[in-house]
Design a protein around this ligand. Structure first.
Ligand code: DQA
Length: 145
């Protein structure tokens, strides 16, 4: 059976393409899903993309991934900088975790420089725009290969 990777997106990312396009660009999450699916197919993986504005929903999806998925790509949005609960959930997952930020968080406000999720992630991509998701998927192909 083809192994799958879930691409989890946190708050405000439903507005990707419309939200602060100077920072996040004009591509939508549907565009991200298509780009990731293409790379996933190339490296022999399946993927699905989900988004929620609610911390508890993201935690529930991480728990589901324990049963369903071989890897997690996560852009936790602002929960990156606040959520010990998401970190704890990711610590219950056994496969690789890759963290993606569309913007270069290190070039922005100091409160975006710290990530709880980075304490768990095998790798972090920041500042590559939405291309970062597809790059993370390619890396999943290596990590799960
Ligand atoms: C973000 C960066 C976060 O600081 C911010 O809160 C987001 C998006 C990014 O993809 O660049 O919502 O994770």
């Amino acid at each position: 059976m083809t192994r799958s990777v879930v691409i989890l997106n946190g708050p405000n990312l439903n507005l990707l393409g419309k939200r602060q396009p100077d920072i996040y660009g004009t591509d939508t999450l549907a565009d991200v899903e298509m780009a990731c699916a293409k790379v996933a197919a190339e490296v022999g993986l399946a993927c699905r993309l989900v988004q929620s504005n609610h911390e508890g929903q993201i935690i529930d999806w991480i728990h589901e991934a324990r049963e369903k998925d071989a890897g997690i790509i996560i852009n936790p949005g602002a929960f990156t900088h606040t959520s010990i609960a998401i970190l704890d959930a990711l610590n219950t997952f056994e496969g690789p975790v890759l963290e993606v930020h569309i913007s270069n968080v290190h070039k922005r406000e100091a409160f975006r420089h710290h990530s709880y999720v980075s304490l768990r992630a095998e790798g972090v991509i920041a500042g590559f725009g939405v291309e970062g998701y597809a790059l993370a998927m390619r890396r999943m192909g290596t990590l799960l290969g």
